[in-house]
Design a protein around this ligand. Structure first.
Ligand code: GAR
Length: 221
């Protein structure tokens, strides 16, 4: 994948990470054209964020399709029409199937609220607390057929405090997720990144361990 210029963002809810991307474009930090926002939930508040920013948006309600494959086929068609360089899953709470994965392999990233490979799936905060972990965090990974199982590009860690519950942990991770998604997309606008065979190559070199969000808000080793 050449440095990214055009992106589509998929959402299901609040869209605070979409907003972080919109703000980073508006401030001039991100050289990115967000061409389309697609939600599978009709009343997702993130749709209003797209509208306020003048970004085209579409609603594709999964419940209106006969089955998962039909939904995936429609989503793939909608996505392909814009020919985005990158598709960003920012709180998109649907499992994506082959009809989408095949045409967009290596061009789709997902934000997940855990330090993958730990805690794929849901309830990541409570699972980290139940396990007695000292740290939690978020990951950006390339999307593959394995749920939350694709190669990880970048991560951010936060400490788990003694009095944390799932709500406080999620509230403290949120702003860090915003920073991580912006830093990661910025990185993809500046580097040639390939993802195939379970590995990520940056400017032709394999990435041995995921990048970390640095104090200056960029990705680093
Ligand atoms: C984020 O916390 C993101 O990590 C999570 O959904 C939230 C979306 O927030 N994603 C997943 O759980 C995906 N498995 P937002 O709608 O405010 O951007």
């Amino acid at each position: 994948m050449n440095p990214v210029r055009k992106a589509t963002v998929l959402i299901s809810g609040t869209g605070s990470n979409l907003q972080a991307l919109i703000d980073a474009v508006a401030s001039g930090r991100l050289d990115l054209d967000i061409v389309h926002v697609i939600s599978n939930v009709a009343d997702a508040p993130g749709l209003q964020r797209a509208e306020r920013a003048g970004i085209r948006s579409s609603i594709l309600e999964h419940g209106r399709f006969a089955d998962r494959a039909d939904f995936d086929a429609a989503l793939a068609l909608l996505m392909a029409a814009d020919a985005p360089d990158l598709v960003i899953l920012a709180g998109f709470m649907r499992i994506i199937g082959d009809a989408v994965l095949e045409p967009f392999a290596g061009r789709m990233i997902n934000l997940h609220p855990a330090l993958l490979p730990k805690y794929r799936g849901v309830n990541t905060y409570q699972r980290a607390l139940d396990a007695g972990d000292d740290i939690h965090g978020a990951s950006i990974h390339f999307v593959t057929a394995e749920l939350d199982g694709g190669p990880v590009l970048s991560q951010v860690e936060i400490p788990i405090l003694g009095d944390d519950d799932a709500t406080t942990l999620a509230a403290r991770l949120g702003p860090k997720e915003h920073e991580l998604v912006v830093a990661s997309v910025e990185f993809l606008t500046r580097h040639a990144v390939e993802c195939g065979d379970g590995t990520i190559k940056i400017d032709g070199k394999p990435l041995a361990t995921p990048y970390r969000l640095q104090a200056d808000g960029t990705l680093g080793a």
